[in-house]
Design a protein around this ligand. Structure first.
Ligand code: HEM
Length: 141
């Protein structure tokens, strides 16, 4: 009986590790987990680098640190098993005077990056829905 209980316990813990309370896999896994989120971020960074309106904000940025911070942030936002040790969104964007149009442009780049990385459409929209409320912490801080 003890063994059965132990197996059931391990099964429940295992399930809770890969599924949300709705029974769907957590968003992080629907984005492709570590490999998927990393591929999305790397694709996005290339598009951001080619867009001068966005790239100009990053002239003094250590891009490898920013890349890791963004990977960790998207992981946490999508309920992944990560820790984001960076500053708040408001503080991270303070003083950059980022416009609403620039925010929209970055979102467009993210949409195209996710399309190119074959992220399923429901997962794309779910991530965008979680990022949208950050608008007021990013724009004109
Ligand atoms: C929802 C959208 C956005 C998210 C989730 C986001 C995420 C982040 C994160 C996590 C950091 C800190 C990275 C670290 O730990 O070093 C950061 C910093 C930054 N972000 Fe954003 N960001 C968003 C929108 C934007 C937009 C639209 C722009 C400009 C067009 C922008 C420009 C910057 C800049 C310049 C920094 C600071 C880089 C530095 O420290 O030098 N972000 N962002």
């Amino acid at each position: 009986m003890k063994l059965l209980q132990a197996i059931f316990f391990v099964w429940v813990i295992g399930l809770s590790g890969c599924a949300s309370q709705t029974g769907q896999p957590v968003l992080y896994d629907r984005l492709g987990g570590d490999a998927g989120v990393t591929a999305i971020v790397d694709n996005l960074l290339q598009k951001m680098a080619r867009d001068e309106a966005i790239a100009r904000h990053f002239r003094d940025t250590d891009i490898s640190l920013f890349r890791q911070g963004l990977i960790d942030k998207l992981c946490v936002v999508s309920d992944g098993p990560c820790e984001y040790t960076g500053d708040t969104m408001r503080n991270s964007h303070k003083g950059f005077n980022i416009s609403g149009a620039e925010f929209d442009a970055l979102v467009q780049h993210l949409i195209h990056a996710m399309q190119e990385e074959n992220t399923p459409i429901a997962a794309r929209n779910a991530l965008l829905g979680r990022l949208a409320p950050m608008y007021s912490d990013v724009v004109y801080q």
